[in-house]
Design a protein around this ligand. Structure first.
Ligand code: CA
Length: 230
């Protein structure tokens, strides 16, 4: 008996017609059920008629900036949002992530990369937050509050540990400076990312074999940090 697999519902919001058609065709060929929108108005309409699990969201749309709709989107749907942004929109990426987007891709991107990101977002939706994260020589046991490098326990301060857990929860996606500061210190420290840099340096010193060329703790300039698997 063949198992009937429910197609994952994706809402594709993009006003560039040729890009949208290409993405829609490729996503459908990869088993996704795709709905399309080419403007803020169409996005609003689609959200009411479909209940997407994933959303691909272009920022610049003909009737406005989709980031202005993040509150509306978040209030009407729990879909995971992947922002599609032009390379020069760093500030907007940060705003989008802070407003509740889950990840972003800079144009131009490869279809393989897009499909990998979508799979990762779906994994995060369905899997409970991991209590043990490991890659290569690094192991983080969130429940036991233990970190090991090459099988040896490493002592982290409470702040360093909270920072690492915030990145574990990001599971490979970039976590913005503001989100990290909120999760680690419980409040926004304005635009000052100075403390974050200090703690990140300490953390790298403890878990990276070569802190100057980190394998796990990646800096995403102007945006935040990501904990990546090798
Ligand atoms: Ca656009």
């Amino acid at each position: 008996m063949t198992e009937r697999v429910q197609a994952v519902r994706v809402l594709l919001v993009e006003d560039d017609q040729s890009l949208r058609q290409f993405l829609a065709t490729t996503l459908a060929a990869n088993g996704y059920a795709v709905a399309e929108a080419d403007s803020c108005a169409a996005l609003q309409d689609s959200l009411q008629h479909h209940s997407p699990e994933l959303m691909l969201l272009d920022i610049g749309l003909p009737d406005g900036d989709s980031l202005a709709m993040m509150d509306f989107i978040r209030a009407s749907s729990d879909c995971s949002i992947l922002i599609l942004s032009a390379r020069d929109q760093d500030r907007q990426k940060v705003e989008a992530l802070d407003a509740g987007a889950d990840d972003y891709l800079s144009k131009p991107f490869s279809m393989e990369e897009l499909l990998a990101r979508l799979r990762a977002l779906m994994r995060r939706r369905t899997a409970p937050a991991a209590s043990v994260w490991s890659s290569g020589e690094l192991l983080v046991d969130v429940k036991r509050r233990a970190v090991e490098v090459e099988g040896c326990e490493v002592h982290l301060t409470p702040i360093e540990f909270r920072l690492l857990v915030a990145l574990v929860n990001g599971d490979g996606s970039v976590v913005t400076h503001a989100r990290l500061m909120e999760q680690v210190w419980g409040r926004h420290l304005s635009e000052n990312t100075h403390y974050l840099r200090i703690y990140m340096r300490q953390l790298r010193g403890k878990i990276e074999a070569n802190p100057a060329q980190p394998r796990y703790l990646r800096t995403v300039p102007g945006v935040g940090y990501a904990l990546i698997r090798e």
